[in-house]
Design a protein around this ligand. Structure first.
Ligand code: DC
Length: 245
């Protein structure tokens, strides 16, 4: 790995565009927690691209469109606006001007987001929206294809992963008691594997690390360890100081 001290003077020179940090990885790998932390630590905006696919799935399901019917989905997309507003606590998600943030975590939306995201024209639309949102830089953008497709020139790319059992159990532990009472941990792991399978094997922009991404497997790491590691990676790559804000 390049150390900052080993860079040439031009590589050390301050960048004019603010940085773009891409965090990719499968469900439950800790992307949101890490991205939110990095954004706060370095004074950047956090953009959660999965929330955009979730918002579109919400609209498609509410419209009774089949998630396999691409012409119907495209007709819907033509009349849909989706916008993310970063806050310190995560993103507010606006669908056609309405804040739908609290409606995006139901299992049918989670499953629907993975299904609508297999269609290349839907992805192309989302990628354009995401490129517009991040164009000025100063962002930590998380998703599945940020380092490979949305911002292939991102300044730092991190691919977070962990064993499916560990990711599933983390997801289960994060559920509130009412939701956890309705499912077994095994079911959460099974659902996560099914989504992994679809996200990793779709033909267009499958989930995979960019060639120049730093891979971080947190199977045997605590959250504090992962946070420490990504802070060090970003600091070294960007020679950034933490935000004083
Ligand atoms: O990150 P998430 O769990 O909110 O994402 C929901 C789904 O959206 C995920 O299963 C795949 C899709 N997605 C994608 O295809 N590309 C992205 N950049 C982000 C999410």
């Amino acid at each position: 790995m390049n150390s900052v001290a080993g860079l040439t003077p031009s590589e050390k020179a301050p960048k004019t565009r603010r940085p773009i940090i891409a965090i990719d990885g499968p469900a439950g790998a800790g992307k949101s927690t890490i991205a939110r932390h990095l954004a706060r630590y370095f004074g950047l905006l956090n953009l959660e691209t999965g929330a955009m696919y979730r918002a579109f799935a919400l609209k498609a399901l509410a419209s009774n469109a089949s998630l396999e019917d691409l012409p119907a989905l495209l007709a819907l997309a033509a009349n849909t606006s989706i916008y993310l507003e970063p806050t310190g606590e995560g993103n507010l998600v606006f669908l056609d001007g309405v804040d739908v943030t609290t409606r995006l975590r139901e299992p049918r939306i989670t499953d629907g987001a993975s299904r609508v995201s297999v269609h290349p024209p839907i992805r192309a639309w989302m990628v354009r929206l995401q490129q517009d949102l991040g164009a000025a830089g100063g962002v930590v953008m998380e998703g599945r294809d940020i380092g490979t497709v949305v911002f292939p020139n991102a300044d730092v790319k991190i691919f977070l992963d962990a064993a499916p059992e560990v990711r599933g159990l983390r997801r289960y532990d994060q559920m509130d008691s009412a939701a956890a009472a309705e499912v077994q941990p095994e079911e959460v792991i099974r659902e996560l594997r099914a989504r992994d399978e679809r996200d990793r094997n779709r033909a267009d922009s499958p989930l995979k690390p960019a060639d120049d991404a730093v891979l971080l497997d947190s199977t045997h790491m605590s959250l504090e360890e992962v946070v420490g590691k990504v802070e060090a990676i970003v600091t070294e790559k960007l020679a950034l100081e933490p935000s004083k804000a």
